[in-house]
Design a binder for this molecule. Structure first.
Ligand SMILES: Nc1ncnc2c1ncn2[C@@H]1O[C@H](COP(=O)(O)OP(=O)(O)OP(=O)(O)O)[C@@H](O)[C@H]1O
Ligand SMILES: [Mg+2]
Length: 285
C-alpha cells in the first residue's frame, strides 16, 4: 500500500480528491510517550498514540483510567510531565504562545457534562468563542450562531436558557459551541453521559456526520458500547494510565486482551453476543 505522503499518489488522483486528501492528511495528532502524575499518583504512564486524520478516534476505558486527563493534555489544558504532543508534526509543548494560540483556535471541545454557562442564553453560549477569538461584527457572529445551531437541529432555540432545555439539547448546544470557530480538531469528552440510548445514537450520528462533512479529526472519550461498535474508526483502550490496545470496531470483537474483554463484554448478554458474532464470522452459524 502507498504511504499517504507519497507524492505519486496525488498524480494518480482527481484534483478535488487530492486536495481533500492533503487537508485531511495534514491534520494528524501524534502523542509520543506522555506521562502525567498528580503528586504520588501516576495517571498517565508513557502513552503513545496517533489520532487518525479525518476519522472518529475513540478513547475508551473504565472510570479513572485517565481518559479525561489524556484529552486535556492533548488540547493543552494540562501539561504532561514528559513526552510530546505533535499537531501536524509540531510539538505544542515546545511552541511559543502565539503558535499555541493558533493551534488552540483550530480545536473545538465538548467538555464532560457540557459545561454551558447557566446564566447565558443558548445564543450567547454558542457566540462566546466568537467574542473571545474573532473581531467579526455582531451581525456576522449571529449569522454564524444561527448556522451552527441549525446544523445541530436547534434552530429557534437562541433565547432559551440551559435550565429550560433537555440533556440531549444541552449536548447539541455544547457541540454547536465547539463547532462555531470551524475547527480542524474536535474533542468530545463523554458526549453521551446522562443520555438515553436513543438520544445517544442521535448525538453519535451527528458527530460522525460532522466529522466527515467538515473533514475534522475527531477524538471522543466514551464508555458507551454503542458508540464503540457504531462510530469507532480507530479505538484506543486505556487501562490504569497505559494504552493497552488499539484497533478498529471490527477488530475489537475478536481481541485477545483480557482486560479489554472484561471491560467491553462486562454483561452476560454482551458476552453471549460476542460468542455468536465469533461463530458467525467463523461460518459455524
Ligand atoms: N487535577 C487532578 N488532581 C489530582 N488527581 C486528578 C486530577 N485530575 C484527575 N485526577 C485523577 O486522575 C485519575 C484519572 O482521572 P480521569 O478523570 O482522567 O479519568 P477518566 O478515565 O476520565 O474517568 P471517567 O470515565 O470517570 O470520566 C483519577 O484517579 C483522578 O482522580
Ligand atoms: Mg472522564
Amino acid at each position: 500500500m502507498r504511504h499517504a505522503d507519497d507524492p505519486a499518489l496525488f498524480l494518480l488522483l482527481p484534483e478535488e480528491f487530492a486536495n481533500n486528501f492533503a487537508v485531511i492528511n495534514r491534520s494528524m495528532i501524534e502523542v509520543k510517550n506522555i506521562s502525567k502524575s498528580f503528586g504520588e499518583k501516576v495517571v498517565l504512564d508513557g502513552v503513545s498514540a496517533i489520532m487518525e486524520p479525518g476519522k472518529t478516534n475513540l478513547i475508551i476505558g473504565s472510570s479513572g483510567s485517565g481518559k479525561t486527563v489524556f484529552m486535556k493534555c492533548m488540547v493543552g489544558l494540562l501539561r504532561p510531565d514528559d513526552g510530546e504532543i505533535l499537531y501536524e508534526g509540531k510539538n505544542i509543548l515546545a511552541m511559543d504562545p502565539q503558535d499555541l494560540k493558533d493551534v488552540r483556535t483550530q480545536i473545538g471541545m465538548l467538555f464532560q457534562g457540557s459545561a454551558l454557562f447557566d446564566s447565558m442564553t443558548v445564543e450567547n453560549n454558542v457566540r462566546f468563542p466568537l467574542d473571545m477569538f474573532t473581531k467579526n461584527s455582531k451581525k456576522e457572529k449571529l449569522h454564524r450562531v444561527d448556522e451552527v445551531l441549525s446544523r445541530v437541529n436547534l434552530e429557534g432555540s437562541n433565547k432559551k436558557f440551559p435550565s429550560e432545555i433537555s440533556g440531549g439539547m444541552k449536548k447539541r448546544v455544547a457541540l454547536a459551541r465547539a463547532l462555531v470557530l470551524n475547527p480542524k480538531y474536535l474533542f468530545c469528552d463523554e458526549p453521551n453521559s446522562g443520555l438515553d440510548p436513543q438520544t445517544s445514537l442521535v448525538i453519535d450520528k451527528l458527530i460522525k456526520e460532522l466529522t466527515i462533512e467538515f473533514k475534522m479529526t475527531t477524538v471522543i472519550n466514551t464508555h458507551d458500547m454503542n458508540t464503540v461498535m457504531e462510530s469507532g474508526d480507530h479505538i484506543v483502550y486505556m487501562h490504569k494510565g497505559k494504552k493497552k490496545w488499539e484497533g478498529s470496531s471490527k477488530e475489537i470483537i475478536f481481541n485477545d486482551d483480557k482486560d479489554l474483554n472484561d471491560f467491553i463484554f462486562a454483561s452476560e448478554f454482551l458476552h453471549k453476543a460476542k460468542e455468536m458474532s465469533r461463530m458467525e464470522a467463523e461460518g459455524k452459524m
